[in-house]
Design a protein around this ligand. Sequence first.
Ligand SMILES: [Zn+2]
Length: 132
Amino acid sequence: MFKDASPNDLGIRLAGHASPSNFSKKHPKVAFGNNWEIDLGVRVTGTNPDTNVPVMATCQFCTVFGKEVDNEVIVGEKKRKTKHKFMSFGPPWRKDHIQNHMKTCHKEKWDTYNELTTLEKASFFNNLQKIN
Ligand SMILES: [Zn+2]
């Protein structure tokens, strides 16, 4: 008498092989630029205590002047004004996001700021804060 040997087909599995992973990131990790505080008018307001890497930067135009235009967020069909008093940024750092905030919320000041020399930019907010 022969026992019915159950077919052992382990290991034969046609897994639909996914195409080679296309995980190349569009936006590689960008470190907070050394000159961004001056270039973009932001101030680093938080760093990782272990690595000293910036984890938060706050818009100085917001803190010094306030916003010229409130951010509006469209939720469904309603427009809501965001309650954020100061705009803060964090990783992943996107220079274009920061610039976009400056152009939309601080257009006049941003235009003025961009005409300054690097040295003038470096002292721009300090001077204003001393006056206040
Ligand atoms: Zn701002």
